[in-house]
Ligand binder design. Structure first.
Ligand code: BG6
Length: 273
């Protein structure tokens, strides 16, 4: 039986450690050889009053703005703790949380579902699986995103690789369709783009290490708020935009339909070299 656990859960392996907060089943830290890979704002709130600013917010059942609250309810709900364990040889660490409908989710999105979220660390790799099960009598569909905030040494020197030649929707221009001409996506202003139907992996250097992302979903959102938006966010320090980038595996545009009784697994793997 799943039990509710109000405190963050941490597992440590021989090389890494990961922490998942029950509010949002939110990965708030992933350290490899003692070095933090994620970014979390120093002004992030952990009291359930708003989604945690940083780490890996789970956006479900809607990516971005739309009929329900921005990025959906998953990152705004307390999840149920299922288990945390480390293998006997100390090499593999697992944390699992689940979410089923509550008054809050049903009010926002009147559908029955079961979400099972599993975070596995092994060596310098983290694998995140979000299993989305439809427990309703008829099919429904969702969009979503594993909205990953990474720490970087210097955003002005950061380049996101693997997107050249792909089409993106520019969220700062009413989602106007553009083509990425550059080898690497660079940052010297607010960037908010949905790269569509890309060929994963996508990678970047965080100033110390190469970080590589793979997933089974179609899109990759790239976001940095830059200075003006940073100042407008109540849970983000004015200068923190210099130290972070969001590279987000997403099913942002084409919804995934899940038949009655069926399930879909959204997988996101990050490795550091
Ligand atoms: C990104 C969106 O995924 O999330 C941005 O592309 C948005 O448009 C950002 O600003 C942060 O969203 P929120 O709701 O956490 O402030």
């Amino acid at each position: 039986m799943a039990e509710t656990k109000a405190n963050p859960v941490t597992v440590k392996t021989d090389t890494a450690e990961v922490t998942v907060h029950p509010f949002g089943a939110h990965v708030t830290s992933w350290k490899v050889d003692g070095e933090e890979i994620m970014f979390v704002s120093s002004l992030a709130k952990y009291d359930g009053s708003r989604p945690i600013r940083g780490g890996v917010p789970i956006c479900f059942p809607q990516f971005g703005p739309g009929p329900i609250k921005q990025h959906g309810f998953a990152r705004r709900s307390y999840w149920n703790f299922v288990k945390s364990e480390v293998s006997e040889d100390g090499k593999v660490g697992t944390i699992q949380f689940s979410l089923s409908p509550t008054e809050y989710t049903l009010e926002m999105w009147n559908h029955k579902f079961e979400l099972l979220y599993t975070v596995i660390i092994q060596g310098a790799q983290i694998q995140i699986d979000l299993v989305v099960k439809n427990t309703e009598e008829s099919a429904w569909s969702f969009t979503g995103c594993l909205h990953t905030y990474f720490g970087v040494e210097d955003i002005t020197k950061t380049q996101i690789l693997g997107l050249k030649g792909t089409t993106y929707l520019d969220s700062l221009k009413d989602r106007a369709e553009c083509t990425e001409e550059n080898e690497g996506v660079t940052f010297n202003q607010n960037v908010d783009r949905i790269y569509r139907k890309i060929d994963w992996p996508v990678s970047f250097n965080n100033g110390k290490k190469n970080v590589k992302l793979t997933t089974n979903v179609a899109d990759c959102v790239v976001w940095n708020p830059w200075s003006e938006k940073a100042q407008a966010m109540g849970d983000f320090e004015d200068s923190e935009y210099l130290k972070m980038v969001c590279v987000e595996p997403a099913q942002a545009i084409d919804p995934i339909e899940v038949a009655s009784g069926a399930e879909y697994t959204f997988t996101h793997t990050i490795s550091v070299e």
